[in-house]
Design a protein around this ligand. Structure first.
Ligand SMILES: [Zn+2]
Length: 128
């Protein structure tokens, strides 16, 4: 026999008793960023992740995405082409061939070896 089924559910709960909901947000420990925040030479906003930045010939930095957008404009990249970073300071305009493979159409050396090395040192120096 199950008496619980006969129990009145109406007004069953004592009135006025609410479980206190204590919502506490754990304080998120944000690691202190001590590295200087360079400003993007293209969009003028600060670069928060230096590893995602590209060094310019004059020693300034730009957002990766900003450089891609700039190259897209400069190279008049069409819709079936794409701009991609191919490493060692080089970007390239790529297009898909008949097999759907990306082929380099134009290679765009962007970072000079000197600025690339300086950048690497800079990044390594900030990773303490
Ligand atoms: Zn930018």
């Amino acid at each position: 026999m199950d008496n619980r089924k006969k129990k009145k559910s109406k007004n069953d709960r004592p009135a006025g008793v609410h479980t206190p909901r204590h919502i506490s947000f754990d304080e998120v420990a944000v690691p202190q960023v001590n590295e200087p925040m360079p400003v993007c030479s293209i969009c003028g906003k600060s670069i928060e992740t230096i590893a995602d930045a590209i060094s310019e010939a004059d020693g300034s930095f730009s957002h990766f995405d900003c450089v891609i957008a700039k190259i897209r404009e400069q190279e008049k990249v069409s819709e079936n082409e794409t701009v991609s970073y191919i490493g060692h300071g080089n970007f390239a305009v790529l297009y898909k061939d008949e097999d759907g493979k990306y082929v380099i159409k134009t290679r765009i050396p962007y970072e000079s070896k000197e600025s690339y090395d300086a950048m690497k040192k800079y990044v390594e120096g900030t990773k303490i």
